[in-house]
Unconditional design. Structure first.
Length: 296
């Protein structure tokens, strides 16, 4: 059940040199544990994995394992440009105590389906950890088709997918079409916070959530309502999230959660350069949107 339920993706607090602030990270992770999230997505896109060195990535995983003590499963991103480097990162994650892997097809030169398949096969074979395919075309500029994912599902250790969620009117058909091409038990989860609750209503196994890494309690209430099919409650809570999700789309969720973590006193960190911190005016807008969630 690793790739099921609400997986919360926190930021990875670090200084300007890229050294991770373990104390701040643990403070964020303890909030997620207290809330009762189903898993932590460590070093995801929100967690700045592509901006951190191999040493800092491993230190982050070790710190999370020590902080959480195995009480919450930890899914770790192993993304890298070179297959060999991604394999090394997967081995590091295994040795540092990760429970599962997340992998996006990071590239500079555009990749073919066969190249992506061999990349995933190599990383999946580097350890015995279960691996979730991260289909993130908005960032990687590569779309993992249903046909390619079906080929990946035949690779040992590849057991789940994190797909971009679609608007609710389209979601059930999208989910059922993918489900029909995959083995029984393959966990189909979704990201994209503003559409993900609808994806859970449509049958998705997991919500891989940026906002849950910052605001786990209201996010869990939304996820739980969606999992039991309580449409009215989903619509009510989703409406309270709407102003924050609008800022995610306008400013990027990455910038917003960094600004919010600082404003809420959860961390003292800036996004890594060349990403610039948001203005004071934008921070005020973010905190106004977050205050609306008190009604959840």
């Amino acid at each position: 059940m690793l790739f099921h339920g609400l997986s919360a993706f926190p930021i990875t607090p670090a200084d300007e040199s890229g050294q991770v602030n373990v104390e701040s990270l643990c403070r964020l992770l303890e909030r997620l544990e207290r809330a009762g999230v189903d898993s932590v997505g460590l070093l995801g896109s929100t967690g700045s994995y592509m901006y951190l060195s191999r040493v800092e990535r491993r230190r982050t995983i070790e710190a999370a394992r020590e902080c959480l003590g195995g009480r919450v499963p930890v899914i770790v991103s192993a993304g890298a440009l070179r297959t060999g480097d991604a394999e090394d990162l997967a081995r590091d994650a295994k040795r540092a105590g990760a429970d599962g892997l997340l992998l996006a097809p990071v590239s500079y030169t555009p990749l073919t389906d066969d190249e992506v398949l061999q990349h995933y096969s190599g990383v999946a074979g580097a350890t015995d950890l279960p691996l979730c395919v991260y289909n993130n075309p908005g960032t990687t500029h590569f779309t993992i088709s249903n046909a390619l994912l079906a080929r990946m599902a035949a690779v040992p250790n590849i057991v789940a997918v994190k797909n971009p969620a679609q608007p609710l009117p389209e979601m059930r058909a999208v989910h059922q079409a993918l489900e029909a091409q995959l083995p029984v038990g393959f966990a189909i989860g979704y990201s994209g916070d503003w559409n993900a609750p609808g994806a859970l209503l449509a049958g998705g196994a997991a919500w891989y959530s940026v906002v849950a890494g910052l605001l786990p309690v209201p996010s869990l209430k939304l996820a739980r309502a969606a999992k039991v099919g309580n449409v009215a409650e989903v619509e009510r809570i989703d409406g309270l999230f709407a102003p924050l999700f609008a800022l995610f789309k306008e400013l990027s969720s990455y910038r917003v959660v960094h600004a919010a973590a600082n404003a809420m006193g959860l961390a003292t960190t800036k996004p890594p350069l060349p990403i610039l911190p948001l203005s004071t005016a934008d921070q005020d807008r973010i905190m106004t949107a977050i205050s609306a969630l008190d009604a959840v």
